[in-house]
Design a protein around this ligand. Structure first.
Ligand SMILES: Nc1nc2c(ncn2[C@@H]2O[C@H](COP(=O)(O)OP(=O)(O)OP(=O)(O)O)[C@@H](O)[C@H]2O)c(=O)[nH]1
Length: 409
């Protein structure tokens, strides 16, 4: 299990006297790098905005629980606004109140998941003896909580074995669930790698709106508080707003942003980003990419080209491919992992929007199916709302245990 790390101590997002990012002029620190290098291929214009992302957010279910504050994932209309109408996203104002303990924050975030689960468990566990129908219902509740079929079957069989004659309380089921979820999550809860290579190149991928840019900003902040010098590259060139949003984060975390014009070749941006990071002796380069390509082969071509071009400057790059997943998309997140594993060779995950979603269980299904390291989780829109991922605490939060365990205290 990884050691606990407290959130980086930093100024609140909107410290007194500090302008909120949306109030600022576009960053003057931004490096407007020259157009794509020859080696990066011509800066071909982008195709028109396609109709949909590779995998759309589920329209049904507890999406109502998606955090209401702040603009949600960008819709396609906004994308057509073009370079003259950038709409940098608003950052939620952060209260000056002291920050909650991270376990309390996680538990609060996952309370929708655990409340729904507890209610549904109580509803099915009403009989004195556990019969097959009740066990079927129990399994169903767990599957509906996005925990995955394997987990649901396992919990069912443990409960069936241990409690069949005596009936089972919701508490007993939650105990079994907590233990089983911990077992599944333990191997995947891995901190970020040490990043010994310099610059360590992260390619950040994921469907649009999952929180890539926000996560890059939070991570840049985290890495900088660890004493690392970070450069950002805006290789999501589909929308002016996406480029502007990264610039705003760059200013916020004091990291230079390499950006080209909207519609330019993402590989050119990645190339110039790496060149810049090398020239300035940066420790970390984070490359933001677009996730909304027309089809899988477009996505594959684009990411393959970025990788090809990076390797001209650094044969080992990218050193990490970080997939950002939005927990509120539920089962769709599983498809996204599959897609990006195929097209980009994902090395690790960040799962976002675990604050206030009823779909936290999806992380368990993802861990069980893919076994990819989960490096961190997003629990809000603020700069510090990124938590290290701890299997046991996450399991306890999902299963709805109210008290912090000794380790979390
Ligand atoms: N509640 C909550 N919101 C988040 C979290 N992470 C990101 N967001 C919000 O989700 C929205 C989309 O985030 P972005 O960072 O723009 O996502 P993206 O993947 O870069 O999207 P595109 O630029 O459209 O490709 C923004 O409003 C973010 O503030 C999180 O952990 N919790």
């Amino acid at each position: 299990m990884q050691p606990k790390t407290s959130p980086p101590a930093s100024a609140p997002a909107n410290a007194p006297g500090q302008k909120r990012p949306e109030e600022r002029e576009p960053s003057r620190r931004t490096e407007e790098a020259p157009q794509a290098d020859d080696e990066a291929g011509p800066a071909s214009p982008r195709p028109p905005e396609p109709d949909g992302a590779p995998a759309e957010k589920e329209s049904e279910g507890p999406d109502k629980n998606t955090p209401p504050a702040g603009p949600g994932p960008v819709n396609d209309d906004e994308d057509e606004a073009g370079p003259t109408a950038p709409e940098p996203k608003q950052f939620k104002a952060q209260a000056a109140a002291p920050k909650k303990g991270w376990f309390a924050q996680l538990r609060e975030g996952l309370s929708r998941t655990s409340n729904a689960l507890t209610e549904n468990l109580s509803a099915v566990l009403t009989k004195e003896k556990l019969d097959e129908d009740t066990l079927d219902d129990l399994e169903d509740v767990l599957i509906r909580a996005d925990l995955g079929v394997e987990m649901a079957e396992r919990v069912r069989s443990i409960i069936a074995k241990n409690r069949y004659d005596r009936g089972a309380s919701a508490d007993a089921v939650r105990q079994v669930l907590g233990d089983e979820v911990t077992k599944v999550l333990d191997p995947v809860a891995q901190p970020f790698p040490a990043m010994a290579e310099k610059p360590f190149v992260w390619l950040v991928v994921g469907v649009n709106g999952t929180g890539k840019t926000t996560t890059i900003g939070k991570l840049a902040h985290r890495f900088e508080t660890q004493g690392k010098k970070v450069t950002l590259a805006a290789a999501d060139t589909f929308r002016a707003a996406a480029i502007d949003q990264l610039k705003i984060w760059g200013e916020r975390v004091n990291a230079p942003v390499v950006a080209h014009d909207v519609g330019s070749d993402p590989a050119g941006v990645a190339y110039d980003g790496l060149k810049r990071a090398q020239e300035t002796n940066a420790d970390v380069l984070m490359i933001d990419t677009a996730g909304r390509l027309q089809n899988k082969s477009d996505l594959m071509d684009e990411l393959a080209k970025i990788v090809r071009v990076l390797k001209k400057l650094e044969p080992e790059a990218p050193h990490g491919v970080l997939l950002v997943l939005d927990a509120t998309t539920g089962q769709n997140a599983l498809n996204q992992v599959e897609l990006f594993q195929q097209v980009a060779g994902v090395t690790g995950l960040v799962v976002t929007k675990l604050d206030g979603t009823a779909r936290g269980g999806i992380l368990v299904a993802i861990a069980e199916r893919f076994g990819l390291p989960v490096h961190a989780i997003g629990v809000g829109e603020g700069i510090d709302d990124l938590e290290s991922f701890d299997a046991e605490d996450f399991a306890r939060a999902i299963a709805g245990f109210g008290r912090e365990n000794a380790k979390a205290a």
